[in-house]
Design a protein around this ligand. Structure first.
Ligand code: DX5
Ligand code: ZN
Length: 223
């Protein structure tokens, strides 16, 4: 069985002590981190731009998964991503609900041109079939297991049917995407997610609000 990736979400990190938060991830042998960009438009919360990410990548070697919860309002869609791309992310995730079809295509091309994994996210209330036309192109699908916007919310178990659907199609059609889940992940919910077919899990408050980060990471591994 392939190893499940655990990506700590820096949304729940202590920003007054970022160096220590990076060290906690390194000690726990974390390879990927998750960076949540919110705009107070697509979601009712505002987080950070590219500067904090730049500082994190300059003092670590993590692979970065940027989760954009934004509606792009720049004149040229691509311009919005320029500073983030300079941070050399391994993957960029946009919500399909936040883009027109034309923008989704542009986002796909932008990721491919920059050799970044092209990832699409779906919110809990969004029909999974909205992604059907992209399943042969997407490198990762992010299933939101809470309403996007805040850390520390409870896992919505109903979204696991979406994971099962994607997992089935992955096998039947030999699709190359990975399946990621984000929101409310803890020891108990991670078991269900892995059983349903998840290959990458984001965890924010469960890890960063603990005083034993490495131990908590271990409780998420069920492979
Ligand atoms: C929520 C974010 C998540 C968040 C998860 O909109 O996308 O990445 O940090 O936090 P927890 O793990 O606390 O639910
Ligand atoms: Zn996220």
């Amino acid at each position: 069985m392939k190893k499940i990736i655990i990506a700590p979400s820096f949304l729940s990190a202590n920003f007054a002590d970022l160096k220590n938060e990076i060290s906690r991830c390194q000690e726990a042998k974390i390879e990927w981190i998750h960076y949540d960009v919110m705009d107070y438009d697509f979601v009712p919360n505002l987080t950070f731009g590219s500067k904090i990410l730049k500082d994190i990548v300059n003092s670590s070697e993590f692979k970065v998964d940027i989760h954009f919860m934004v509606k792009v309002k720049t004149k040229k869609f691509e311009d919005f991503f320029a500073e983030y791309i300079k941070c050399n992310p391994s993957m960029m995730t946009m919500h399909i609900e936040a883009m027109s079809k034309k923008e989704t295509k542009k986002f796909y091309e932008l990721c491919k041109q920059n050799k970044i994994m092209f990832s699409l996210a779906v919110s809990p209330k969004t029909d999974i079939h909205i992604l059907d036309e992209w399943l042969d192109k997407v490198d990762n699908v992010l299933i939101m297991s809470v309403e996007p916007g805040f850390g520390g919310q409870s896992f919505i178990p109903e979204v696991l049917t979406k994971v099962e659907y994607l997992s089935k199609l992955q096998k039947v059609n030999k699709y190359n995407y990975t399946i990621e889940i984000d929101g409310g992940i803890n020891e108990e919910t991670s078991k269900k997610a892995v059983k349903a077919g998840v290959q990458m899990m984001v965890a924010g408050s469960y890890l960063f609000e603990s005083n034993n980060f490495s131990e908590k990471v271990k409780t998420l591994k069920h492979d």
